[in-house]
Design a protein around this ligand. Sequence first.
Ligand code: NAD
Length: 308
Amino acid sequence: MVKVLVAAPIHEKALEKLKEAGFEVVYEEYPDENRLIELIKDVDAIIVRSKPKVTRKVIEAAEKLKVIARAGVGLDNIDLEAAEERGIKVFNAPAAPTQSVAELAVGLMLAVLRKIAYADRKMREGEWSKKQCLGNELYGKVLGVLGMGRIGTAVARIAHHGFGMKIIYYDKRRCPHEIEKELDAKCVDLDTLFREADVITIHVPLLPSTKHLVNEEKLRLMKKTAILINTARGGVVDTEALVKALKEGWIAGAGLDVFEEEPSPPDHPLTKLENVVLTPHIGANTVEAQERAGMEVVEKIIEFFKSS
Ligand code: NAD
């Protein structure tokens, strides 16, 4: 019987599916390294989320392990080199959070442009701040998508079909013709994206080539009325330059779910600015995304053991 160690909470439906497929399931939430070394000895597969860490020591203690599955996207907690050396497959669920992150990006656009978080703060302070809360619509504005992959495309769909936004994008690869046609999307160079967009939304991964891609030079190209949304990775934006841009009015506002340092320190300069909406990396944090992630990796595990 195939034995699966579920070492992090995954959606109930995903657990059921594993059991229905006839797998033996051992559940222990977030064991520490020593406990994991004990638990992993005789299992065929392990499922984790962003925790626990599957280190080289853990992998070397596994005698039968064939699969490490991450119910989510990032693989930072798994020693991929050690897994590869042992011929262990690593599965994840890269598409699971797409819709959730896209919806949060659009939510941040609305929160910044309509000053929703600011208005809420003022009301709680007893202030009726109607005059200060003059906002802008998304309708008819230019959305600049930086990284037109899964999430970038999902944001462009909501923005175009739902809010009548015009789509321009920058990506190292041109996106498929049908998508460009569906969204009437124009592929532009990076400087044009920053110059022409009313809203810039970031969806490139953090790589050496994208680190601080959004820097002082790019922020200075933006319209004074434009806003920046980042739900990708904090390191894509030079935070110091962004704080300057927001303080000195080179841009009108920002909505940020990700930060160069996470958790970001409570006295971070961004928390002192009224034209910023901040969320603590909650892009994928929905019931639906978690269910999709759990189901996707469980299906991959079942398929793997059935066909091997
Ligand atoms: P994806 O791989 O589908 O899309 C990324 C796009 O970026 C691709 O089209 C790729 O060609 C492009 N790209 C890569 N390097 C580039 C470069 N140097 N210049 C221009 N374009 C470049 O990924 P996705 O599923 O859309 O996810 C995007 C990012 O969102 C992830 O890498 C992750 O960092 C982030 N994310 C955040 C959350 C959250 O909780 N906020 C959740 C999931 C993903």
